[in-house]
Write a protein that binds this ligand. Structure first.
Ligand code: TEU
Length: 553
């Protein structure tokens, strides 16, 4: 796949399509829907982890990198998926979770059993005199970042769940293991890898306490310059050998400078990077577990900074509104009650005309919303349950805590894919591992393909990127950055100019664009309210998005 002209779909396998009635999506379920994904126009599917795992963190706690967890199918099912996808011009992208393993992985079990070779695969430290843990760091899922290592008196580092132990990448054996894993799956026909929290693999030799400020603490183990060396080494040992192979790094709490380094082609590291800053604009003072409106100007500013930062310095952005760790963007930043279709298509429009590779998260292409679960027993995510417990400990009432979980939980995007209006939305004949959103009778693929406007709009956006170099590689320039309601920008390439506008809210607005846009033969290119003539006083309906193009002298 040429990642500069193609679009990648994300399938959260556990919730995509269940073919054996165990209530959990599976590999055969993805194979069955490959024609649907081809119809959408995507050229690659990123599948979240399906390796053997105790599923404490939904597969991001891997116990065996060379297998398929039976709940998702068999290696034969995997081989069939690769084959069928290839026949439909779609590449399979897997998830490489190599910052940590499950504590049930044989490496960790051998380490616990005293095998020094494998003890050095992990980060084991003693607590200094007068201190409970080696450092005062906190886990990203809450609680201390260190866990007792058996009865050795030492602790192992686990930045996520206690059953996820961080690997010691300073150990060349560990780095070789990573390359072997990638080469194994590449030889099985995999065409891409998403690398999980890969900018956390470069821990210092020395582990020191933080000041207690979370950002300062994260800087102690995030984007260490040695990560570039590790990625270059992995690249040369594995995917760097295949120019067509696509890699995207998930960069937690990262910087533009670091991501330019990770994605600049001449650095031989990765093709592109996910950053999450634009999805923290409803985290007042960086606090995720709060119910707060999003800051639109901050959202535009961040996206603008990353467009310019990477675009003008040889880097490459992975563009996304949704994934399996975030609430659905139409429920978070739009109006999924009164303007669900227009919110979805305008958000997609503003993202797909940007510089970078767009990702479409399952359900986005039919306008799926958050489920608005009211009870904690409807939530399955370890992070959400830990957060609820902490909110209650902090003195919040159950009602207050639930409202926050409802707004921010990762389960908001993990409910089953809604295929039709039958039981469990056609996801499973069994009992789904997590409830289906109760609006599935209206919001489902069958209904969308027959009567909807969203799926078709995504098809158009994806096709335009394939056809138009200006969308693929055109230079980006902001417009109306300080405007409180409209998001606008320009792309330029050779003798072409493309301007895009989106009313990000539900009130109609007339925008005088005469200061930002020269007169000229602007042709309508695409709009979610249909054909529209260019006008210096541009009228934008609620959640309207439109683009015009012209050929300059
Ligand atoms: O997510 C990394 C990550 O930073 C998330 O923890 C994110 O900050 C958080 O979920 C937002 O609420 C990756 C995977 O995408 C996630 O599913 C895993 O839980 C995590 O790594 C550990 O592997």
């Amino acid at each position: 796949m040429d990642f500069k002209s193609g679009v990648i779909y994300q399938a959260y396998i556990k919730s995509f399509n269940d073919t054996d009635g165990n209530g959990i999506g599976d590999l055969k379920g993805i194979t069955e829907k490959i024609p649907y994904l081809e119809k959408l126009g995507v050229e690659m599917v990123w599948i979240n982890p399906f390796y053997p795992s105790p599923q404490n963190d939904n597969g991001y706690d891997i116990a065996d990198y060379y297998g398929i967890d039976p709940m998702f199918g068999t290696m034969d099912d995997f081989d069939e998926l690769i084959e069928v996808a290839e026949q439909h011009g779609i590449g399979i992208m897997m998830d490489l979770v190599i910052n940590h393993t499950s504590t049930e992985h044989e490496w960790f079990q051998k380490a616990l059993a005293g095998d020094e070779k494998y003890q050095d695969y992990y980060i084991l430290r003693e607590a200094p005199e007068g201190q409970k843990y080696p450092t005062n760091w906190v886990s990203k899922f809450g609680g201390p970042a260190w866990e007792p290592f058996g009865d050795t008196g030492k602790y192992y580092l686990s930045l996520f769940d206690p059953t996820q132990a961080d690997l010691n990448w300073r150990n060349p054996e560990v780095r070789k293991e990573a390359a072997d894993i990638v080469n194994f799956w590449m030889n099985k026909g995999v065409k891409g890898f998403r690398l999980d929290v890969i900018n956390l693999i470069g821990k210092d030799e020395e582990f020191v306490n933080s000041t207690g400020d979370l950002d300062q603490e994260k800087s102690l183990y995030t984007d260490n310059p040695i990560v570039h060396d590790y990625l270059k080494e992995l690249n040369h040992r594995s995917f760097g050998k295949y120019p067509e192979f696509v890699t995207v790094g998930e960069m937690s709490s990262t910087s533009i400078e670091s991501c330019i380094g990770y994605t600049k082609p001449e650095n031989d590291e990765l093709d592109m990077a996910f950053n999450f800053h634009h999805l923290k604009v409803d985290y007042p003072n960086g606090e995720k577990w709060t119910k707060a409106p999003f800051d639109f100007l901050e959202l535009k500013k961040i996206m603008n900074d990353w467009q310019i930062g990477l675009g003008e310095n040889g880097g490459w952005n992975a563009l996304f509104w949704n994934n399996h760790d975030q609430p659905r963007a139409i429920s978070r930043f739009g109006d999924d009650k009164n303007y669900r279709e227009k919110t979805t298509t305008s958000q997609a429009h503003i993202l797909h005309f940007l510089h970078g590779t767009p990702f479409v998260y399952q359900g986005e292409e039919i306008g799926m919303t958050d489920p608005y679960f009211d009870e904690m027993d409807q939530y399955q995510d370890v992070e959400s349950h830990n957060a609820y417990d902490s909110l209650i400990e902090e003195g919040k009432s159950h009602e207050e805590a639930i409202e926050i979980i409802k707004a921010k939980s990762r389960d908001n995007s993990r409910t089953p894919m809604q295929w039709n209006d039958e039981k469990h939305a056609g996801f499973t004949e069994g009992t789904p591992w997590i409830e289906v959103a109760d609006n599935y009778k209206v919001i489902n693929v069958e209904n969308e393909l027959e009567n909807g406007e969203i799926f078709n709009y995504y098809q158009k956006l994806i096709q335009l990127r394939k056809d138009m170099e200006i969308i693929q590689i055109g230079a980006y320039e902001p417009m109306f950055l300080e405007h409180e309601q409209v998001w606008a920008y320009r792309r330029k390439h050779d003798d072409q100019e493309l301007i895009t506008f989106s009313n990000f809210y539900g009130d109609p607005i007339t925008l005088d664009i005469s200061n930002e846009v020269e007169d000229g033969d602007w042709d309508y290119l695409l709009g979610n309210y249909g054909e529209k003539a260019f006008h210096k006083n541009l009228e934008l309906a609620p959640y309207e998005a439109v683009s015009f193009i012209r050929t300059t002298e």
